[in-house]
Design a protein around this ligand. Structure first.
Ligand code: DC
Length: 225
């Protein structure tokens, strides 16, 4: 196996990035870095301060008061905000929304981008997010753009919600996904984009093992395995 490597996985919400990135990191015995969790942690910080999240100046000024750090327990990423373990808190809908709004601000991105670069310089990582191949790790040995049709992503989300006992509306979910894609792709700073040298992997017709097998093949063809 290659001595030091970085793998970047980007793609839209619901394509299965975190599930696959986690599994791949396990197989390669390296660190899985969930960058969405970092944006969520900062989102929690700004919300707790009671800031108006639409106020870019206020949010940008506050960012220097937050330190996000990661640690790993049995290979599972834990996220800390100023020393407090916020791993559970960041999973709320509210934290996701706060992350989505504040991740558009350059000052917020600058802080986390540096942290992500530092981590990848020290360790072998599989890092997932939106701008990893394009901005954070432009020299990654392997870049994967993992996607799936909005219909397939919508159906997966639909099944998840049904399993939780909810009564979801499939067409509504698909419409929301398409709207979020549009937002992510058209924002000014670090939009969701397939890097020029990224491998496109469409999981619409593959199950988890099928995607993982494609990822192994890409690791081999890129000299990582
Ligand atoms: O993947 P997620 O839902 O945990 O991400 C939370 C938010 O953070 C999402 O709105 C997109 C944003 N994000 C980002 O802008 N850049 C990244 N590298 C990762 C996440």
């Amino acid at each position: 196996m290659m001595e030091h490597f970085n793998i970047a996985i980007d793609g839209p919400a619901g394509a299965g990035k975190s599930t696959l990135a986690k599994k791949l990191a396990q197989e390669l015995s390296c660190v899985y870095v969930d960058t969405g969790a970092m944006y969520r942690a900062l989102g929690v910080y700004f919300s707790r301060l009671g800031l108006d999240l639409a106020d870019e100046a206020a949010v940008s000024e506050a960012v220097s008061g937050a330190t996000v750090s990661l640690s790993y327990q049995d290979g599972v990423q834990q996220v800390f905000l100023n020393g407090e373990d916020v791993s559970a808190v960041i999973r709320s809908e509210e934290a996701g929304l706060a992350a989505s709004r504040t991740s558009a601000y350059p000052a917020v991105r600058a802080q986390l981008t540096q942290l992500q670069k530092d981590l990848a310089a020290k360790e072998n990582v599989v890092m997932d997010g939106r701008d990893i191949g394009s901005v954070v790790l432009p020299d990654a040995q392997l870049k994967i753009y993992l996607t799936a049709s909005s219909r397939v992503r919508g159906s997966r989300r639909f099944e998840e919600l049904k399993a939780k006992g909810e009564n979801p509306d499939l067409s509504r979910i698909i419409a929301d996904i398409e709207q979020r894609d549009e937002q992510d792709k058209t924002r000014k700073v670090a939009p969701l984009i397939q890097a020029e040298d990224a491998e496109l992997l469409d999981s619409s017709d593959l199950d988890i093992n099928g995607v993982l097998e494609r990822m192994r093949e890409l690791c081999r063809s890129h000299g990582i395995l």
